[in-house]
Design a protein around this ligand. Structure first.
Ligand SMILES: [Zn+2]
Length: 222
């Protein structure tokens, strides 16, 4: 049995512009070339792999959560990078490392729609970042038992009358249609995971292999 990849479907410039327009309506903005270069210079960033061209990324920031969506789309060539996949990366507070990475999203049929839907989820969670009901501080995203599972948590037990942490479900507050979307997505992932294990391959290798850019000047990080 082979786990075969569905065929690649390259989005057109119109598809991509529609995607950017929808993302902009949510509050995302395209990371500009100047901004990218300034950040690269300030932190002496070095790419972990040969760079084919600058990829379009969009960012959204709310309640000290930063969501960055990587599209693999290159504005210069008006097409997608040869390799790579789309990603949704979430950072919180002033943590240097992402706390949650969703993807890879393959450039197959409905790639931009899938990327939008998953960006929407991260956007919703950032916009509606819940507060601790015991001490009113922002809850933090914490890693759960499984590779991709997360939950909301506050461990400031000294501020809690009962001296116990407070947690909320990762899907807390999500509208019903988002929960339906997630149920379907998780079912598909569970099936995929089962298949990967049957084939004796390591799951989530793309995320595990995904190397961040090297920060030459970490003292300049916020
Ligand atoms: Zn608390």
């Amino acid at each position: 049995m082979e786990a075969r990849m569905p065929a690649q479907v390259i989005p057109t410039i119109e598809n991509f512009n529609d995607f950017v327009e929808k993302m902009t309506k949510l509050g995302f903005r395209v990371i500009s070339g100047t901004e990218f270069k300034r950040e690269a210079r300030r932190l002496e960033l070095r790419a972990p792999r040969p760079v084919e061209g600058r990829e379009t990324g969009l960012s959204y920031y709310a309640n000290r959560i930063l969501v960055v969506v990587w599209t693999t789309w290159m504005a210069e060539g008006q097409t997608i990078k040869k390799k790579d996949s789309g990603w949704v990366v979430v950072k919180q507070d002033y943590d240097k490392k992402p706390v949650y990475i969703d993807g890879p999203f393959h450039r197959t049929e409905n790639f931009l729609l899938t990327l939008y839907q998953n960006a929407w989820l991260a956007h919703f969670r950032a916009t509606n970042r819940p507060l601790c009901s015991k001490c009113r501080q922002f809850l933090r995203i914490r890693r759960g038992k499984y590779f991709k599972s997360r939950f909301w948590s506050c461990g400031c037990i000294n501020y809690h009358d009962d001296k116990k942490p407070f947690h909320l479900d990762w899907d807390y507050g999500l509208p019903e249609r988002a929960k339906i979307f997630l149920r379907r997505k998780r079912k598909t992932s569970a099936k995929w995971l089962e298949k990967i294990r049957e084939l004796g391959r390591e799951p989530y290798s793309a995320i595990k292999k995904r190397k961040p850019w090297v920060v030459g000047r970490p003292e300049n990080l916020p």
